[in-house]
Design a protein around this ligand. Structure first.
Ligand code: IPM
Ligand code: MN
Length: 361
């Protein structure tokens, strides 16, 4: 029987609660689809940092490299200054493990409330391929004359052709395989680049040239489209049905996927994968650690459960991944009153049970 070694990092706040439900569903899927998951838990997060001063030590990275995938709950602790855990754990893992894709589906499941009037599951159904290693996230820059009236802060957006090309290749391949919505471009799947070529004339000039070169040379079956990032936000609200697959840099991807999470029903449902197609990938609910709900059993675990589903799909267990997504859809359509914490009509564990039962059934 195929066995997958999974590193589980429950993390901070409500992370452990939602991770427990994701693991429950993962085990149900393994039982149903005939594979095994061997789970190893790691305690990286705010509590460990407070105790030991350690975030994600290099030795841990070496250990993580030995797993098939990583399941992450949430990182962020009210007693730890902003940035320390995010940079020290989440971003460190993404960079060190070279998880150069951040894959974020934006799908409105049936029965889920969206703040967009007159839009339904057929309209809100696209995927953002966010580059995950470059851009403003590289920490390139600095501050001089700090604390004086003349202080200067510089933080540079950094991309090289290699990073852009490997991300675009992933996005084209993804669109080839999973794209589905032909809209106004004949009957082709559409990959749209989200950039800012009118102002960021270096960075997004590079992206735009690489995008069209690769598309023309290797993916004639895929329609190419382009949106400035500000316009992307506009159309995500007004005409989300226009999007099939969107590819963008790290910073824009961060921003537009929070907007995406809101139109798909909120942080309770939004999942993502930090993917290294040639290495170890890490799957997570994209929301934070929600300290105010910690320990109350009211947080929505569906985003973490969906992350587990994405992980299984990534590991080659597509039917199991799909069964999880379908079961989540069943639960949103038929059971939950709301996706909001405390308003679901069920506890965190009960929601996990509902999905696990559906997967197993
Ligand atoms: C995300 C988060 C992170 C990011 C933060 C916590 C560093 O907002 O996963 O989108 O900016 O990438
Ligand atoms: Mn973000």
């Amino acid at each position: 029987m195929k066995t997958y070694k999974i590193a589980v990092i429950p993390g901070d706040g409500t992370g452990p609660e939602v991770t427990a439900e994701a693991v429950k569903v993962l085990k149900a899927a393994a039982g149903k689809f005939g594979f095994k998951v061997e789970l190893t838990e790691f305690d990286f997060g705010g509590e460990r940092y407070k105790r030991t001063g350690e975030t994600l030590p290099d030795s841990a990275l070496d250990e993580l490299r030995g797993f098939d995938a990583i399941l992450l709950g949430a990182i962020g602790h009210p007693d730890v200054a902003p940035g320390i855990l995010e940079k020290g754990i989440l971003l460190k893992a993404r960079f060190a493990l070279d998880q150069y894709i951040n894959l974020r589906p934006v799908r409105l499941y049936p029965g889920v409330y969206t703040p967009l009037k007159d839009k339904g599951p057929d309209d809100i159904d696209f995927v953002v391929v966010r580059e995950n290693t470059g851009d403003l996230y590289t920490g390139t820059g600095g501050i001089s004359m700090k604390g004086t009236p003349h202080e200067v802060a510089v933080q540079s957006a950094v991309y090289n052709r290699f990073q852009v090309d490997r991300c675009l290749k992933y996005a084209f391949e993804y669109t080839h395989k999973h794209g589905k919505k032909a809209r106004g471009k004949g009957d082709k799947n559409t990959l749209a680049l989200c950039g800012k070529t009118n102002v960021l004339t270096y960075i997004y000039d590079l992206w735009e040239r690489a995008f069209h070169e690769m598309g023309k040379a290797h993916y004639p079956d895929i329609a190419r489209d382009y949106y400035h990032v500000d316009a992307t936000c506009m159309w995500m609200v007004k005409n989300p049905e226009w999007f099939d697959v969107l590819v963008t840099g790290n910073m824009f991807g961060d921003i537009i996927t929070d907007l995406g999470a809101m139109i798909q029903g909120g942080m309770g449902i939004a999942a993502g994968g930090n993917i290294n197609p040639e290495g170890v990938s890490m799957f997570e609910p994209i929301g934070g650690s929600a300290p105010k709900y910690t320990g109350k059993g009211v947080i929505n675990p569906l985003a973490a459960i969906c992350a587990a589903g994405m992980m299984l799909e990534h590991l080659g267990q597509e039917p199991a991944g799909k069964a999880i997504e379908d079961s989540v859809k069943f639960v949103t359509a038929n059971k939950l009153k709301s996706l909001a914490a405390g308003k679901m009509g069920y506890s965190t564990a009960e929601v996990g049970d509902l999905v696990a039962q559906k997967v197993a059934g």
